[in-house]
Write a protein of this length. Structure first.
Ligand code: TXA
Ligand code: MG
Length: 354
């Protein structure tokens, strides 16, 4: 248990925020930082004792590896070994998507602590596009290990307030730079070279960089079920609200029970038609009110799930979104939240320190 400070990284507070974060990282402590995807819980990737604090604060099992963030492309070789046969592909992807929400799994350098990679021989690397995160990464001089700044298995935070609810009392500092621009965690891929053909990409986690965008650079394959262990954190039940959560396929799939209080996580809200207006929902939150835009839905998804989770509902019902482009990543998160119907009631209260 410790006091958790928040520094607002507004124009005036920017330098103060950067310096405070760097000072903590340098002395082997952890700090919650904004990225363009979600808030991350950061530590110096080359300091195993600091990285251990991440696992403790999140209650994350140590077999679940972390993403390593590099400040610039030239730092890639400090953490990863890029095999000759995929060198050109990695260069192309980095040129196109870095800094940004694409994480690439590569063979690791021996210097990367085992704790960071969960004992795997690979490391997941990306370069964040968030200006403040980049400035901190640069000033630290070392790569930053950072998972999403939530307790294990819970919804990733897209605001400093959400981080405070998740980790308040467990970490010394949160840098508040407002809402995250993407709202969903990075796309994670593994690359496999093929002789005389474009490489194969295996998507380990769908995210803001879409299958369609990746197709320009290689052939996109789904990860086979047997290969799930390659991304140990990709457990079926993840992103779980504490309230029972159910993704429905069609409106007919929902039959309300007498006396139960339901919330509807709708794609477009009222415009979604009959189903949205019927049923006496306790609350309806639209991910993209009106016309339905996937980018807006992505930004609002985790925020909306958190809002509803605090309303003491009996169940949250989620409508599907169209499964193209960013919709693939949104549906992935909705399915995972739905796979975990509820957590033990003992974890129900927010703000309990430990
Ligand atoms: O957008 C993001 O990726 C955010 C921000 C903070 O960068 N980070 C994030 O980290 O979502 P985390 O730890 O919540 O999710 C990382 C995922 C986990 O599912 C983990 O299992 C997987 O990446 N992962 C990490 N290293 C891996 C590796 N070497 N091989 C396969 N999967 C790996
Ligand atoms: Mg996470």
């Amino acid at each position: 248990m410790c006091e958790t400070k928040t520094i607002e990284a507004t124009d005036d507070g920017m330098m103060e925020a950067r310096d405070a974060a760097v000072a903590l990282l340098q002395r082997g402590d952890i700090v919650a930082l904004p990225t363009e995807t979600v808030y991350g819980l950061a530590a110096d990737a080359f300091n195993p004792a600091a990285v251990a604090k991440i696992f403790a604060a999140k209650e994350r099992p140590e077999f679940d590896p972390l993403i390593v963030h590099i400040a610039s492309f030239k730092d890639l070789k400090r953490v990863a070994v890029v095999p000759e046969e995929i060198q050109e592909t990695v260069n192309q992807l980095a040129r196109q998507f870095w800094p940004g929400p694409l994480t690439i799994i590569l063979p690791k350098q021996p210097e990367v602590p085992d704790l960071v990679t969960g004992g795997l021989l690979t490391v997941a690397v990306r370069q964040s596009a968030h200006p403040l995160f980049r400035a901190i990464n640069q000033a630290l001089g070392n790569p930053i290990a950072a998972p999403s700044a939530n307790r294990f298995g819970r919804i990733s935070p897209t605001s400093a307030a959400a981080v405070m609810k998740e980790l308040g009392g467990r970490i010394p500092l949160i840098i508040d730079a407002g809402a995250c621009a993407e709202g969903l965690e990075s796309t994670i891929i593994r690359i496999e070279a093929r002789v005389g053909k474009k490489p194969l990409f295996y998507i380990h986690r769908a995210g803001p960089v879409t299958r369609e965008q990746l197709q320009e650079f290689g052939k996109v394959e789904k990860v086979l079920p047997g290969e799930k262990l390659l991304a140990p954190g990709q457990l079926e039940s993840h992103y779980a609200p504490r309230t029972p959560f159910r993704l429905i396929g069609r409106p007919e799939d929902f039959v309300p029970e007498e006396g139960k209080r339901y919330g509807l996580l709708s794609y477009t809200g009222e415009d979604g038609g009959e189903f949205v207006r019927r049923h006496g929902w306790e609350v309806v939150i639209a991910l993209s009110p009106g016309s339905g835009k996937l980018a807006e839905a992505a930004i609002r998804l985790f925020y909306a799930m958190r809002e509803m989770d605090e309303m003491e509902l009996d169940e949250i019902i989620a409508e599907p979104v169209s499964e193209t482009g960013l919709g693939v990543a949104i549906m992935d998160r909705l399915r995972r939240a739905s796979a975990q119907r509820s957590l033990p009631k003992s974890t129900k209260k927010t703000g309990d320190p430990m």
